[in-house]
Design a protein around this ligand. Structure first.
Ligand code: 6PG
Length: 470
C-alpha cells in the first residue's frame, strides 16, 4: 500500500478548489487534489509555489489512499446532486473517523441530511461556508464551519492558517451544529444581495444629481475611506473606472441590467419565512434581481407610464451626503435582519450559532466584510443573545445619525420616481420595528371577522371571538 503522506485532499479543482489548496500548501501543509480533468490537475501542480508539496491526481481512490489518517478532505463541486454523487463514490474508500467537508454553497437541509447519513457510517461530515471569491480563496477567505466539534478540531489548525486575519485574529470559528456553517453562509449571501442592491440604488440616486462615472468613482472611493469602508464599496469605486475594450465607453455602461443569481439569496428569504423572521431588505434584493430579468416587459411599461421629473433641486454635495447616510442606514438594517435571522435559527433549529463568532468571521476575507462589523462585534460580545442588533445603544446612535437624511432620500426617490426598493424597505422595516403598537390589531379584527381566527385583547388574557356586525 502506498505511504500516507498528504495532510489534506480536495475534490474538484475548479478555481476555488485549486486556490484553497494552494493557500494550504503555502502555509506548510502537504496537499493533494483530485479532478477527472487532467488539465486541472496539471494547472494545480504548475501553479504551486516552489518548495511546497502539491500533487494532482485523476483517480479518487489514489487521492484517498495517499491521505494521512484520519483523512481530511474537502469537496468543492456544484451544490445539489454532484455533492451526493461524490459522497457515494467516497464511502467505499473511507474509514471510520475520516472528515469530509462540503465547502460549496449547499442548502443547509441537504447538509443536515448528509451529516446524519455519514454519521451512521462513522464518518464526520461538515458543511463549511467559504467566502471571498477566487482571490480570497488564494490569499485568505472567511470560513464558516459547522458540524461536530471533534471533526472541527481535526481541521481547525489548517482552516485557521489559511483564513483571512483581522488584527491577527483568524476569520474562522466553529459556528454551530450540523448544518450551521452552510446556514451562516446562506445568510451571509442574503446580506450580500441586500448590500449590493442598496449600492445599486445609491448609484442610481447619485445619477439624479448628474454625477458621471469619474465623479461616482471619487464619491465611492471617499466613502470607502469613512464609515462605509467595506469590500463592496471598495470594488464599486473601481468599477466606475474600468474602460470597455470594445467601445470608448466605461464598461459599467455597456453591461446589460439583467442580474443573475445562483439562488442563495432566494434561500435566505425562503428560510426566513419558514422560521419566521422578517428580512424585507433581503427579500427586496431578491425580488429586484428577479424583476431585472423581465426586461421586455419593463421596456413596454417604460413606454406606457410617464416618469415624474427625474431631477432634484438639492445641491450636489448635500445630496451626496444624504445618499451616503441612506446607504449606511440600509446596510445597518441589512446586517440587523440577517443577524436576527441567525439568532432565531440558532434557537428554533437548535444550531447553537454563536453570534459574536459569526460576526468575527465576517469581519475579514468575505464579500460582506466592513468596518461596521467592529461595532456589531462589540455589541454581541457584550450581549451574545441580543435578538436584534437595533436594540444596542451604539447601533442606535449610528441609526440616529443617518435617519433624517434617509427619510429625505426616500422622499426624493418617491418624488422623482426612482426605484429604491431596498432603501425604502429598510426604512419601512425600521419604522415598524420601533413601533410600540402596530396597526395589526385591525388585521386581527379582519381575520376574526371573516374566518373566526380569534384575537387576543390588550386588557384580559385569553383567546376571543366576536360575531362581527351584529
Ligand atoms: C462569496 C459569494 C459567493 C458567490 C455566490 C452568490 O461569499 O464568495 O457569496 O459564494 O458570489 O455564489 O452568487 P449569486 O449572486 O450568483 O447568487
Amino acid at each position: 500500500m502506498a505511504q500516507s503522506v498528504f495532510d489534506f485532499g480536495m475534490i474538484g479543482l475548479g478555481v476555488m478548489g485549486r486556490n484553497l489548496l494552494l493557500n494550504m500548501a503555502d502555509h506548510g501543509f502537504s496537499v493533494i487534489g483530485f479532478d477527472k480533468d487532467n488539465t486541472k490537475t496539471g494547472a494545480l501542480e504548475s501553479a504551486a509555489t516552489a518548495g511546497t508539496t502539491v500533487k494532482g491526481v485523476a483517480e479518487l481512490a489514489t487521492m484517498v489512499q495517499l491521505l494521512e489518517r484520519p483523512r481530511k478532505l474537502m469537496m468543492l463541486v456544484p451544490a445539489g446532486k454532484p455533492v451526493d454523487d461524490v459522497i457515494e463514490s467516497l464511502i467505499p474508500l473511507l474509514e471510520k473517523g475520516d472528515v469530509v467537508i462540503d465547502g460549496g454553497n449547499s442548502h443547509y437541509t441537504d447538509t443536515l441530511r448528509r451529516v446524519k447519513y455519514l454519521r451512521e457510517k462513522g464518518i464526520h461530515f461538515m458543511g463549511i461556508g467559504v467566502s471571498g471569491g477566487e482571490k480570497g480563496a488564494r490569499t485568505g477567505p472567511s470560513i464558516m464551519p459547522g458540524g461536530d466539534q471533534e471533526a472541527y478540531n481535526h481541521v481547525k489548525p489548517m482552516l485557521e492558517a489559511i483564513s483571512a486575519k483581522v488584527n491577527g485574529t483568524p476569520c474562522v470559528a466553529y459556528l454551530g451544529k450540523e448544518g450551521a456553517g452552510h446556514y451562516v453562509k446562506m445568510v451571509h449571501n442574503g446580506i450580500e444581495y441586500a448590500i449590493m442592491q442598496l449600492i445599486s440604488e445609491a448609484y442610481s440616486l447619485l445619477k439624479l444629481a448628474g454625477l458621471d462615472n469619474d465623479r461616482l468613482h471619487q464619491v465611492f472611493k471617499s466613502w470607502n475611506e469613512g464609515d462605509l469602508q467595506s469590500f463592496l464599496v471598495e470594488i464599486t469605486a473601481d468599477i466606475f473606472l474600468q474602460k470597455d475594450d470594445k467601445t470608448s465607453n466605461r464598461l459599467v455602461d455597456m453591461i446589460s441590467d439583467k442580474a443573475g443569481s445562483k439562488g442563495t439569496g432566494k434561500w435566505t428569504s425562503q428560510d426566513a419565512m419558514e422560521l419566521p423572521v422578517a428580512v424585507p431588505v433581503i427579500d427586496s434584493a431578491v425580488a429586484l434581481r428577479t424583476l431585472s430579468g423581465y426586461k421586455d416587459e419593463r421596456v413596454q411599461a417604460a413606454g406606457l407610464y410617464k416618469s415624474p421629473a427625474g431631477t432634484i433641486n438639492t445641491p450636489a454635495d448635500t445630496w451626496i451626503q444624504q445618499v451616503h447616510d441612506a446607504l449606511h442606514f440600509g446596510i445597518i438594517i441589512s446586517y440587523a435582519q440577517g443577524l436576527a435571522m441567525l439568532h432565531q435559527a440558532s434557537k428554533e433549529l437548535d444550531m447553537q450559532i454563536p453570534l459574536p463568532e459569526a460576526v468575527k468571521v465576517w469581519r475579514g476575507g468575505c464579500i460582506i466584510r466592513s468596518t461596521l462589523l467592529e461595532v456589531y462585534l462589540k455589541a454581541y460580545q457584550a450581549a451574545p443573545e441580543l435578538p436584534n442588533i437595533l436594540l444596542n445603544k451604539d447601533v442606535a446612535a449610528l441609526v440616529e445619525n443617518a435617519i433624517t437624511n434617509t427619510r429625505a432620500v426616500v422622499a426624493q426617490a418617491a418624488q422623482t420616481g426612482t426605484a429604491a426598493a431596498a432603501i425604502m424597505s429598510s426604512l419601512a422595516y425600521f419604522d415598524a420595528y420601533r413601533t410600540e403598537r402596530m396597526p395589526t390589531n385591525l388585521v386581527q379584527a379582519q381575520r376574526d371577522y371573516f374566518g373566526a381566527h380569534t384575537y387576543q385583547r390588550i386588557d384580559v388574557p385569553g383567546s376571543f371571538h366576536t360575531v362581527w356586525g351584529e
